[in-house]
Design a protein around this ligand. Structure first.
Ligand code: AMP
Length: 223
């Protein structure tokens, strides 16, 4: 299955992506994670990316689309399918993705749209903790780790992202509304959009989604 996750920062894309990866056995590709890896390397491109990311701005389309191209053309992705988290973030990226996938004869199946409201988003992001080693996600209050500052899964150190402060979150929301929200229409027109209420707990959202995907798949097989 080929899926993308859409929605504002803090809607729960990363959390849902890691469950779906295990349930559907597909590759999870997060452009945010890939860009943060690039930042760590301290290359010229890495430094340029860092300035933008830490400011809540988008990285240029060419850089992001190049990264994506390298990841989806391998034989493993072709057979397993994939799940994009945080990509596309502009209509240009969505069009480029369609062009790449359609050329390969492997079009996108679904665009999952996680809808969440601002107070929930701010609470989630200001408390978010990320494992430096495995990328595991925790929350200071909603999902605290068993040992403070340590990842339950791999014992790696937990940290708060530099862009998860209230000021940068507001900037990321503005960028989202201007650049990313129009993509919702783009996929709606293609009949690929599945909208979900993401203010809920992740378990409820996940159950709801699995039911929708099962129904959609069985309908597809019947026709
Ligand atoms: P995320 O981890 O998805 O919240 O992404 C963190 C930051 O990485 C974003 O605020 C952007 O600065 C950058 N970023 C991630 N994905 C993209 C993308 N598809 N296009 C442009 N910038 C991106």
């Amino acid at each position: 299955m080929r899926i993308i996750l859409l929605g504002p920062p803090g809607a729960g894309k990363g959390t849902l992506a890691s469950s779906l990866r295990d349930i559907l056995n597909i590759q999870h590709i997060s452009t945010g994670d890939i860009l943060r890896e690039e930042m760590k390397k301290g290359t010229k491109t890495g430094l340029k990316i860092q300035r933008l990311v830490e400011n809540g701005q988008l990285v240029p389309d060419e850089i992001v689309t190049d990264i994506i191209k390298q990841r989806i053309t391998g034989p493993k992705q072709k057979s397993q399918g994939f799940l994009f988290d945080g990509f596309p973030r502009t209509v240009k990226q969505a069009e480029d993705l369609d062009a790449i996938l359609n050329k390969a004869g492997e079009p996108l199946d679904y665009a999952l749209y996680l809808k969440a409201t601002l107070p929930i988003i701010i609470r989630r992001l200001t408390g978010r903790l990320v494992c430096k080693k495995c990328g595991g996600l925790f929350h200071k209050y909603n999902k605290p780790p068993a040992k403070e500052g340590i990842c339950d899964a791999c014992n790696g150190p937990l940290y708060q992202r530099a862009d998860d402060n209230e000021e940068t979150i507001k900037k990321r929301m503005t960028v989202y509304l201007e650049n990313t929200k129009p993509i919702i229409d783009y996929y709606e027109k293609q009949g690929k959009l599945i909208a979900l209420d993401a203010d809920r707990e992740s378990e409820d959202l996940e159950k709801d989604l699995m039911k929708i995907l099962n129904d959609a798949t069985s309908k597809h097989h019947k026709h």
